[in-house]
Design a binder for this molecule. Structure first.
Ligand code: ADP
Ligand code: MG
Length: 362
């Protein structure tokens, strides 16, 4: 059976939405390509339709996007069918004629409201990572605070994010904008999920499109930056379809772009001092000067490390440095030398028995 026929049928029989179904509330984000708001359902019929889409109650998130929203709808539909648990629950996407401005079209995307906090919000708190432990377990552990306990929590977050990323990559999707702001904590499933497929590429089916290179966040981008750029014209007006065989995927390893970004998140979780924007930018400069060799960076900064930096190295050095080993296999200059999401999940960093029982949470 043709997958496109199935996808079309599945979408056809799902209840559809219109913009009148939603009452827009608090603004959650705004970028060059659209605005994101929390929204409630305008009437009981809309609430029924949401239920039919698998969301039992509560608010939704609405993204009003420019023409690039069409690609983002495609990506979300694909995730919904292939690896739903990796990302925020997507309900529906549709096109609307804009209220102001003649002829302009905008795309509306609707998700379940997963929760208030992104990983970025949680990392800004002095309580991190203990504020995450409470969220994941619903309770605090009766164990002394310290690096071993913090390491367990970071391990759990990393496992969840690698699991989500492996889902996307196995589906043939590269996210390209992995950063703490694009990771949401789902209060329902008590796990971290990936959001914002606005820069994603579906290479297996052939949708490979970067609206503008500056979409890539330079703070988290791997050095190669423009993955598959030879096949992507700089600014086309419609999405460009290219075909990439699994063989080419193997050759170019575009998924390793996301792995680098996730490696930087790992680093920020372990090193409190690298959680601010300015310090992350400074770190990137230092790493570049070290030719993207983390070991060289360590040799550069460790001798004059302050207490906070020291603490980061101490966390990474636990269990014979198995965390540091995983980190250095993610943050590498050459994409092909970076570990894949699937291989990272099997890394010995995750094999140790979880002291807090955290290891039973996927
Ligand atoms: P953009 O970065 O293009 O503005 P995002 O999709 O990243 O759009 O959404 C912007 C912000 O909205 C996120 O950083 C997050 O705070 C919030 N958000 C997005 N999707 C959800 C969701 N499903 N549940 C809760 N909050 C969300
Ligand atoms: Mg975003």
């Amino acid at each position: 059976f043709d997958m496109f026929v199935l996808a079309f049928a599945e979408r056809l029989f799902r209840p559809t939405f219109r913009k009148d179904d939603f009452v827009l509330g608090k603004k959650l984000g705004e970028g060059a390509f659209g605005v994101v708001c929390k929204a409630s359902l305008a009437n009981p019929e809309a609430a029924e339709k949401v239920k039919a889409n698998g969301v039992m109650q509560g608010d939704v998130v609405v993204k009003k996007a420019t023409e690039y929203g069409a690609v983002e709808i495609w990506m979300n539909e694909r995730v919904r069918r292939a690896c739903a648990s990796s990302c925020a629950d997507f309900l529906y996407g549709f096109r609307e004629s804009k209220s102001k401005g003649k002829g302009a079209e905008e795309y509306w995307l609707i998700w379940r409201f997963e929760g208030e906090d992104t990983l970025y919000d949680l990392m800004q708190s002095k309580e991190f990572p203990y504020n995450v432990e409470t969220k994941i377990l619903g309770d605090v552990q009766d164990l002394p605070k310290g690096i071993a306990r913090e390491n367990k929590i970071i391990q759990t977050v990393m496992r969840q994010l690698l699991f989500a990323l492996d889902g996307l990559h196995s589906t043939g999707i590269v996210h390209r904008d992995i950063k703490p702001q694009n990771v949401i904590f789902s209060e329902g499933s008590r796990t971290f999920k990936i959001i914002d497929l606005g820069a994603a590429a579906d290479l297996r089916v052939g949708i490979n499109y970067i609206p503008k290179e500056f979409l890539l966040d330079p703070r988290y981008a791997a050095p190669e930056q423009y993955i598959m750029s030879t096949q992507t014209p700089s600014a086309p007006s419609v999405p460009v379809a290219t075909t990439l065989s699994p063989v080419l995927w193997q050759l170019n390893l575009p998924d390793r772009f996301d792995i680098y970004s996730l490696g930087l998140i790992f680093l920020q979780m372990a090193f409190p001092s690298l959680r601010t924007d300015s310090n992350l930018i400074q770190f990137n400069r230092q790493l570049k000067r070290c030719d993207y060799d983390l070991e060289a960076w360590r040799n550069l900064v460790e001798p004059r490390a302050n207490a906070e930096l020291r603490r980061g190295f101490d966390i990474m050095d636990l269990d014979d440095g198995i965390g540091w080993e995983l980190l250095t296999s993610m943050v590498r200059y050459k994409a092909r030398q970076r570990i894949s999401a699937k291989a990272a999940l099997a890394h010995p960093y995750f094999n140790r028995e979880g002291l807090l029982g955290l290891s039973v949470m996927q």
